[in-house]
Write a protein that binds this ligand. Structure first.
Ligand code: SRM
Ligand code: SF4
Length: 553
């Protein structure tokens, strides 16, 4: 271990937690408060769960001298975002019985449940377990949900990528049985071998760790945004290996020049058989050298910034049986989803369904949640179908036979779920933000839809509404919707105020740059208007909005 000046408080919490148990089991039984202690609040994240409160209700409850309206958010571990229709139905039921009646698709191909009160947490986890799913390591200082380009139905290479995601997820899964013990049967392991964490050790990683796999030409997982990524190299529809990308990350803090988003760098190529070995080598290097004093500088991107990419690649190679080979050629065309129906070589159909900001809910005239339940119950789909969550917060209904394709269209129409959104809206994402996210400085999920309508008017006025432009909003600089890789990025600074960032590459390979700071809605539109006008008038042949802004800014 390198010298450390002073370990952060979380390091002590982890070390003293008895492999992620802390006093969680007892805390869940305490009925007088809907919350848990701060230390247990840190530990429960390793089990995919966050303590939150409804921020809309804070002022009123404070006036009435009431405790905050506490509840928990739980996030699934779903490598590659792949669920069977039966699992989807079980999760829909969970949202109704234990959560706030919505399912929230995330930017890492998972589902979040909001509003689970403490007395419902165990029952919720038991429902998850019965569906052969879990929430282990969906948050916390460990490897999180492993992403993969979500098209396993479109060819062998995509299916191989999802297999790799599952293998990596299993390889890096904590060995602690704390999740089962706390939430399922309460049984403690007695006798036998003492538990240990062969990869993590008892203080796990310095910070969260994220992995994604992309299958070119699709960069929908934003391969340059994660601690470790794999770019599939495909020959004759077979993955022969992966280029390895390290040190990407989005998170930053306003006003702290020591924190910033970074895109990952390619350090070589590995054959398929070495996928887990690479993951272990990268993770253990970060385990041993990551910053355990300052959590703001603890992600892998800073370890690499501080020690250099050559040092890092050398350390990874030293930990492997065979070093990485030279990186191979690849090409990405975009980081968005192709909304609508597609048909694969075997004649099966697949619908990528646009889900605005990932929120599956029923509203008057737009009953998406009920529609998805009706679709999941179709007999043919139950046998061979899949519900696959995309990294752009959409859902793919995969493996649909000819007869059921028409039924699905009918169900969507009957529930008012049209798919005629503008091009801009289809390419937009917002993070959750208010009212559940404790870190939000501004609205995001609840506000972006309105702003999109207004930006769409500008685009239409100048005749460029059909050109795909990626737009992403977050309620704070943590970057949960990867806004720094959007052609138009909006990052919350305070109520109703956003930084406007422009100029990212349309294929997710270049970050955007700060264009204007602290703008309200009118100022955002006023700043975009001349850019859009100039784009419409002077764009070069085939030039994307991001490349145009990058050129003229
Ligand atoms: Fe995130 C923290 C939501 C993807 C960077 N993120 C949070 C928390 C848990 C707030 C908190 O710590 O109390 C948010 C919960 C909000 C809520 O009420 O549900 C939250 N993050 C999300 C989700 C749900 C956004 C979404 O709208 O889909 C995404 C869940 C992904 C998943 O299924 O695992 C989500 N978060 C991301 C991403 C995108 C990605 O990973 O591809 C990033 C940027 C990439 C990165 O990590 O660098 C991201 N989230 C953060 C950070 C900043 C980390 C950093 O290095 O500085 C935080 C804050 C922190 O960790 O201290 C954070
Ligand atoms: Fe919350 Fe900020 Fe993440 Fe949005 S970007 S979900 S506001 S932490």
């Amino acid at each position: 271990m390198p010298d450390q000046i002073q370990l952060s408080r979380n390091e002590f919490i982890k070390a003293e937690s008895n492999l992620l148990r802390g006093s969680l089991a007892e805390a869940l039984d305490v009925a007088v408060s809907g919350a848990i202690s701060e230390d247990d609040g840190q530990l429960i994240k390793f089990h995919g769960i966050y303590l939150q409160d409804d921020r809309d209700l804070r002022p009123e409850r404070a006036k009435r001298k009431l405790d905050r309206a506490y509840s928990f958010m739980a996030r699934l571990r779903v490598p590659g975002g792949y669920l069977t229709p039966t699992q989807y139905l079980a999760m829909d039921e969970l949202a109704d019985q234990r959560g706030n009646h919505t399912l929230r698709l995330t930017t890492r191909q998972s589902i979040q449940f909001h509003g689970i009160i403490k007395s419902n947490l165990r029952a919720a986890m038991q429902q998850v377990d019965r569906a052969l799913l879990d929430t282990i390591a969906a948050c916390g200082d460990v490897n999180r949900n492993v992403m993969a380009t979500p098209n396993p139905h479109l060819g062998a290479a995509y299916a191989q990528a999802i297999d790799a995601a599952r293998a990596i997820s299993a390889h890096l899964l904590p060995h602690s049985s704390a999740w089962r013990e706390i939430f399922l049967n309460g049984e403690k392991l007695v006798g036998g071998e003492p538990e240990y964490e062969p990869i993590y050790g008892k203080t796990y990683l310095p910070r969260k760790f994220k992995i994604a796999i992309a299958v070119p030409p699709h960069n929908d997982v934003d391969v340059f945004a994660h601690d470790l990524s794999y770019i599939a190299i495909v020959e004759h529809d077979q993955v022969v290996g992966y280029n390895i990308v390290v040190g990407g990350g989005m998170g930053a803090t306003h006003g702290d020049a020591e924190t910033y988003p970074l895109i990952g760098q390619i350090i070589g190529f590995c054959p398929v058989a070495q996928v887990c070995e690479v993951a272990e080598a990268v993770v253990t290097t970060q385990r041993d050298y990551g910053n355990r004093s300052n959590r703001r500088r603890a992600r892998l991107k800073y370890t690499i910034e501080d020690r250099g990419i050559d040092w890092f690649a050398g350390e990874v190679n030293r930990r492997m049986t065979t070093p990485l080979q030279a990186a191979r050629a690849y090409e990405f065309t975009g980081n968005n989803d192709a909304i609508g129906w597609a048909t694969s070589a075997d004649g099966l159909h697949h619908l990528t369904l646009f889900v605005e900001n990932g929120r599956i809910a029923d509203h008057e005239g737009w009953r998406l949640k009920s529609a998805l339940v009706a679709i999941a119950k179709l007999p043919g789909l139950a046998k061979i179908g899949a519900f696959i969550i995309s990294a752009n917060q959409n859902i793919i209904i995969a493996n649909v036979n000819e007869g059921e394709r028409a039924l699905i269209d009918g169900i969507l129409a009957d529930h008012g779920v049209g798919q005629t959104h503008s091009t801009l809206r289809r390419n937009a994402m917002a993070c959750v933000a208010l009212p559940t996210c404790g870190l939000a400085l501004a609205e995001s999920e609840r506000y972006l839809p309105d702003l999109i309508s207004k930006i769409d008017m500008l685009l239409s006025k100048h005749g460029v509404a059909e050109i795909p432009i990626t737009v992403r909003m977050t309620g704070c600089p943590n970057g949960c919707a990867r806004p720094y890789l959007a052609e138009i990025g909006l990052v919350g600074r305070g109520p109703g105020k956003y930084n406007l960032l422009l100029g990212a590459a349309h294929d997710g390979s270049r970050l955007n740059r700060l264009y204007r700071e602290d703008l309200n809605e009118a100022e955002i539109l006023a700043a975009l208007q001349p850019m859009i006008e100039q784009f419409a008038k002077t764009r070069q042949q085939g030039e994307s909005f991001g490349d145009f802004c990058h050129r003229v800014m």
